[in-house]
Design a protein around this ligand. Structure first.
Ligand SMILES: [Zn+2]
Length: 458
């Protein structure tokens, strides 16, 4: 790392902050659990998306942009999706209804992530495109005695694993005591979980050695992480609520199938999110989606730009609980307004910003250092540092054909203005704006003629 402190990360597995040492410096691999695509992502879902984007940026800076692989999955098979498809498209065949729900929701999620200033992960695999990999892992688990079949399900046998529960530090006996035995009479142990279950004719299903069925949620991530980041990889991330049972069970499946000592070396979890001091819930009336914040006036009577949401999120350390509020958004907005919009050029990020991020992603200290830099530091160093946090728009590369088309329409609008056809000119301007092209009208300093420049807004 360019002359500064080494990268230290808090590992949920060891409950310690330790120096990060990748398995292969030329191929640093991270997997983060992505959304289940049945509904708009809420502001709590935005937290891991932003936090792990900052880590992705930092890793790319430290090891090289082409040396880091980041996979974030799309869970597009889940009983919540079926329920939503039946509710929203009762007239359609189920497969078609499911496709509409998942496609619409996935597109919306990707739009949200882009608006929040996140880089695209290297891979964004869909569960439904990885069913074969899931079946292979389940076959291995059955063959080596870690899984069994009962009542139309294939289940993981938690007692078969010597050290099940390491991540959540739960022991099986405690789990047994609290379980409702009657409900799960077909399970050998109450903590056993579903790898595969049979589907009825009105549920989505895939052919498998155990009949037409569908995977459990946990096996999806074991299969997709294996395919895109390997049997053992560097970092696995997600929200605190995923530690148990989801991540614990991913570990059990992957380690028992591959015969490995760990699934990922470092497990990172972001803290919970509250809204205006209360747990976010539909019944509390404080449930708010990323879309609503960006595009409607539901929260605080106005829309909020993506970079304001992002900075507001980074003003709390990722492991701390965060209270998302209008006050916090306003604070982030005031801060952003004081920062210069400049190009980084070839400048390196500021050492203090880098050191803060290298200390277990201390974005709070990084934002403070960035702010200090904004008040009189080198503007290009400021921009390079801000880019590590992703809080200022990076220079957008525009496709040449797209740029030519925009130039052509901007010129056409100038002609319309000359001809005093203001209605048509405004229409063209609005069309461009809807595509994210912002026009700036001015006068040429020498000729005094009207000129229009444009830029792409994210
Ligand atoms: Zn997962």
């Amino acid at each position: 790392m360019a002359g500064s402190a080494e990268l230290r990360l808090y590992n949920t597995l060891t409950r310690e902050k330790t120096v990060f040492a990748p398995i292969d410096r030329d191929n640093v691999r991270m997997y983060v659990c992505g959304p289940t695509v049945y509904d708009f992502a809420h502001i709590g879902n935005a937290r891991p998306v932003i936090v792990f984007d900052v880590l992705f940026r930092l890793l790319r800076h430290v090891y090289g942009a082409d040396k880091v692989v980041y996979a974030r999955n799309i869970t597009d098979v889940d009983d919540k999706i079926n329920a939503r498809a039946l509710r929203d498209y009762p007239g359609l065949p189920l497969n078609e209804a499911i496709r509409r729900v998942t496609e619409k929701t996935e597109t919306q999620f990707l739009d949200d992530a882009r608006a929040l200033g996140c880089l695209e992960p290297t891979h964004q695999p869909r569960a439904t495109e990885n069913i074969g990999g899931m079946i292979e892992i389940i076959e291995k688990l059955l063959a080596n005695g870690h899984a069994y079949q009962a009542e139309g399900e294939v289940l993981f046998d938690t007692r078969s694993m010597r050290d099940y529960g390491q991540l959540s530090k739960r022991n099986l006996d405690e789990q047994q005591a609290g379980a409702r035995i009657a409900v799960d009479a077909h399970k050998k142990n109450p903590g056993d979980f579903v790898l595969w279950k049979l589907s009825s004719h009105n549920e989505p299903g895939w052919e498998s050695p155990w009949g037409r069925g569908r995977p459990g949620w946990h096996i999806e991530c074991s299969a997709m992480s294996q395919r895109y980041v390997g049997e053992v990889f560097d970092i696995h991330g997600g929200g605190l609520d995923l530690i148990f049972p989801h991540h614990e069970n991913e570990i059990a499946q992957s380690r028992c199938a591959h015969g490995t000592e760990v699934m990922a070396n470092v497990w990172m979890h972001n803290g919970f999110l509250q809204v205006e001091g209360r747990k976010m819930s539909k019944s509390e009336g404080n449930f708010v989606t990323i879309y609503e914040l960006l595009h409607t006036e539901k929260f605080g009577g106005r829309t909020w730009p993506g970079e304001v949401l992002r900075l507001a999120m980074l003003m709390t350390h990722y492991r701390e609980p965060i209270d998302f509020s209008i006050k916090r958004l306003e604070e982030a907005e005031r801060l952003l307004a004081k920062w210069p919009a400049v190009d980084a050029g070839n400048a390196e990020p500021d050492a203090a910003v880098l050191a803060a991020l290298a200390d277990d992603l201390n974005t709070v200290a990084a934002v403070q250092a960035l702010h200090a830099l904004a008040q009189g530091g080198d503007p290009s160093v400021f921009a390079a540092s801000a880019a590590l946090l992703g809080v200022l728009p990076e220079k957008t590369e525009v496709d040449e054909a797209v740029a030519l088309d925009i130039d052509r329409r901007v010129a056409a609008r100038l002609e319309l203005l000359k001809a005093k056809n203001f209605a048509e000119a405004d229409k063209l301007r609005d069309e461009l704006l809807a595509e994210g092209v912002q026009l700036k009208d001015g006068k040429d300093a020498v000729s005094g003629e009207r000129v229009t420049t444009w830029e792409l807004k994210r």
